[in-house]
Structure formats: C-alpha cells, structure tokens
Design a protein around this ligand. Structure first.
Ligand code: CP
Ligand code: NVA
Length: 318
C-alpha cells in the first residue's frame, strides 16, 4: 500500500500549485492517478490531512453537488471552506475581478469558481496567486468528468477500450467527457441532434489527446451512439442560462430521451449515468433513472472523492 501511495504521489506531484480549468490541464498519467487516489480515499486506504487550509467558493450559478462535495472534501482534508457568493461580496457591486482574485489569494489557499464564461475563469486564474479550479463553466465541467470516469472504472474495471455514449446536448458536460475520456483511453460517442453538437475545437482537441487508440465520435442518431456502449450518459437539454430556450429545446431533442428502449441497444452490462439535476420524462425516463443499471447516485457521491483527490494534489498535500 505504501508503494502504491508513493507512486500516486509521484504521478501527482506536477499538479502542486496548478490550476484545473479544463480536463486538459492534467496529463493522461495525472488523470489516472487522480482516479486512483480518489478510490483510495473513498475506501479509507489513504488519509490526507492538509492542516487547516481554506478553499474559497465563488459560485455565480446555483449548485448542490459541486458546492457541498467541495465543502465536505475540504473538511475531510482537515480544512475549511468560505462561501464567496458574488451576491454577498463586493464583486456583486462591481469590484473588479482582478482586485477580488488578488485579495482572496491572501486569505484562501485554493479557489473553486462556477461561472458562465470560461474566459472569466481564466481571468481568475491569471490574477490569483493560488490554484483555481473550474467548478463548471459554459465550456467545461472537468470535476464532474473525474467522478464520472471513477464511477465507470468501479463498474467495469480498466478504462482503456471501454465506450461511453453521451446522449443529449453537446454542452459543458459533454466537452469534459470527451477530453477526459480521451486522456483515459475511453471511446466517447456523442449522440445529439443537428445544431447541438459539441464545439468542433473541443472535438479536435479530444481526438488529438486520445490515448490507447480511443475514438471520439459525434453522431445524430441516439441508437447509433449507444450501440454496445458500457455506459450511457445524459444531461439536461437546457443548461443553466438557457432556460428561455427550454420549449424550443424540448422539440429539438425529441427522440433523445434515455429510456428503456434506448439502453437495450447498449451493452447488456451497461451502466446509466447522469450528472444531475435530472428532468425525469425529458432527457431520462423515470424507469431508467431508478432502474438497476443506474449508477447515478454513486456518481454523485464520487464527486466528493474525486475532488478530495484533486484538492490534495493542487495543494501539494501528498
Ligand atoms: N452535477 C453538478 O454539478 O451538480 P450541481 O449543479 O448541483 O453542482
Ligand atoms: N449542463 C448543465 C450541468 C449542470 C451540472 C448546466 O450547465 O446547467
């Protein structure tokens, strides 16, 4: 066990002091090591005490899982969290980001930011002198992807060569699944209606990063996407900030519900994943959500373990 811990610590040492703004901020080796450490923390094989470090949470959008899992992860590392919701700080009254980021860096050891534009997150990272973590932007949700692939690994073992099918909007969650999946050697198939594809630049980036010959594909037929897949994943059709498009999107995504008929096209041992929150009867049927293939609540739990590993790595606590 000591050797395994030393191997993980060595693999993760380059992350000390680094930002995690995108799934691509970790190498393939580092991503695998984060999953290994997350598993060790989950099963009590590792205990890490960082000695009263402080995480600042700057969340411009709502959150249940990301917020609470970061808070609990930090508590388990012997630290604490301060909630810096822009509505209650001077940010909400127009204090510049560059001043806010520099001031908060004098109090906090790490910042997790949830916002709209990836550029705003990058601006925080530029001005902060402590590591900045992407807690979701419109472009990516890299912490989610770590938990997702940890869940897939728990269900099916070694990830290279497995296939994850994502059915729905080519959004932030899809982007991080493509990038993180590519690094881990997982084939990722995105099934989405025309006009809702992931960004071409992200597709190109994922393909260029792909390990172990993994393929990253985008198709417009949900049945083709899930064919033989070991995991079937979906997310809401209208993300935060897109509420006004809800009705139009419900029409565009007709036929893209992850239901019993669709998962019959996947591998017989396929698991079902959803980042949550879910809209039952839209992107996922109530039966699939609660069915025997669902690992959705394990996946939500794994946010805690994956982020605990990430926090320990960026704060150099291994
Ligand atoms: N999956 C996820 O990020 O959930 P929250 O929006 O509740 O944080
Ligand atoms: N794509 C969703 C994910 C929520 C966790 C959103 O951005 O709202």
């Amino acid at each position: 066990m000591a050797t395994a811990a030393a191997g993980v610590a060595a693999a993760l040492s380059p992350l000390s002091g680094c930002d995690y703004l995108s799934s691509t901020d970790c190498s393939a080796t580092e991503t695998s090591a984060l999953l290994e450490l997350a598993g060790q923390l989950k099963h009590g094989d590792r205990r890490i005490d960082l000695g009263n470090r402080v995480l600042g949470l700057i969340f411009t959008k709502a959150s249940t899982r990301t917020r609470v899992s970061f808070q609990v992860a930090m508590a388990r590392l012997g630290g604490q969290t301060v909630d810096l919701n822009p509505q209650v700080t001077q940010l909400g009254r127009g204090e510049p980001l560059e001043d806010t980021a520099r001031v908060l860096s004098r109090y906090c050891d790490v910042l997790a930011v949830r916002t709209f534009a990836q550029q705003e997150l990058m601006d925080y990272a530029h001005w902060a002198s402590v590591p900045v973590i992407n807690a979701l932007t419109d472009l990516e949700h890299p912490c989610q992807a770590l938990a997702d692939f940890l869940t897939m690994q728990e269900a099916h073992g070694d990830l290279p060569g497995q296939t994850l099918a994502y059915v729905g909007d080519g959004n932030n969650v899809a982007h991080s699944l493509m990038l993180c999946g590519a690094l881990l050697g997982v084939n990722v198939r995105i099934g989405c209606p025309e006009g809702f594809e992931p960004l071409p630049g992200v597709l190109e980036q994922a393909r260029s990063l792909a390990q172990h010959g993994a393929s990253i594909d985008v198709v417009t037929d949900p049945r083709e996407a899930v064919q033989g897949a070991q995991a079937v994943y979906t997310d809401v059709w209208a993300s935060m900030g897109q509420e006004a498009e809800q009705v139009q999107r419900e029409q565009a995504f007709a036929g893209f519900c992850v239901d019993e008929a669709l998962i019959r096209q996947a591998s017989s041992n396929a698991i079902v994943l959803h980042c949550l929150p879910a809209h039952r009867g839209e992107e996922i049927s109530p039966g699939v959500m609660e069915g025997s293939a669902s690992r959705i609540f394990d996946q939500a739990e794994n946010r805690l373990h994956a982020q605990q590993a990430l926090l320990a790595a960026v704060m150099g606590g291994l």
